[in-house]
Design a protein around this ligand. Structure first.
Ligand code: 6GU
Length: 242
């Protein structure tokens, strides 16, 4: 998969070269390029923003700089791309969206700062390619860079070969619409707290049932909205008995 990120703070994206993502880049599963938006300015001040029409606080990122940058970045690779614009005003980014992005050949991220990017940039590209304005949660960040880190990590771990054990992606939180339950490792007793007996029983049926019950319990407690959103056939008799 090819990923391009356009930003005025390229250094913010340095973590894309670390750990699991760094290894995916090293093995060629992921090809990431980070571009400095200011490379497409022509004035001595390298201005990327201006005052908003209609007044109000903050600055808006100028459309012509973004247009030149995105035209060049998109033209540099023939693969069909999806443009992703992180903004607190976007649609929620979910695990389902992560799976959809993982099936794409190419993602191009446009990081806005200040009060955002002139809306005509999104509208212009949306006429010729898929464009998503996405939010990573109900809080406000200073810019889209950290959201890009979040999205790229969520997508990259779904690409075949990126995770050591593919079952990790298949069985993690959200894959069945539930939060994952607790996990334990040695020692058997730590500071007086024992590992639940059933996990050491070797009874695989009982272990699966226990894990399912803890996942249901935790999801009902922390994310009742997820329980309410489960498809009608998601819970069986034993689940409902809990
Ligand atoms: Cl994607 N960007 C910004 N600036 N703030 C956010 C966000 C994105 N998602 C939640 N808050």
């Amino acid at each position: 998969m090819r990923i391009d990120v356009v930003t005025i703070f390229p250094g913010y994206l340095a973590p894309l070269r670390e750990a699991l993502l760094g290894r995916a880049v090293g093995t060629g599963l992921l090809d990431i390029a980070v571009h400095d938006l200011r490379d497409w300015t022509h004035d001595v001040h390298q201005a990327v923003d201006d005052a908003p029409y209609g007044g109000g606080p903050g600055m808006v990122m100028r459309p012509h700089v973004w247009g030149e940058a995105l035209d060049d970045v998109l033209a540099a690779d023939p693969r069909p791309a999806r443009l992703v614009v992180p903004t607190p005003a976007g649609r929620p980014f979910t695990q389902a969206a992560a799976h959809a992005y993982a099936a794409q050949e190419r993602l191009v991220f446009a990081c806005g700062r200040y009060e955002g990017i002139d809306q005509r940039v999104v509208d212009h590209y949306a006429a010729s390619m898929p464009v998503d304005e996405i939010s990573i949660g109900d809080y406000v960040l200073v810019g889209g860079e950290v959201a890009v880190l979040v999205v790229v990590e969520a997508v990259a771990r779904l690409l075949p070969g990126v995770l050591g054990n593919p079952r990790s992606a298949a069985e993690d939180s959200f894959s069945d619409g539930l939060l994952e339950g607790p996990a334990y490792t040695r020692p058997e007793v730590w500071r007086g707290h024992a590992v639940p007996e059933v996990l050491r029983s070797g009874n695989h049926g009982a272990i699966a049932r226990w894990r399912r019950d803890r996942a249901l319990e935790r999801t009902a407690e922390r994310r009742p909205d997820l329980i309410a959103a489960l498809p009608p056939d998601a819970l069986d008799e034993a689940d409902r008995a809990l």
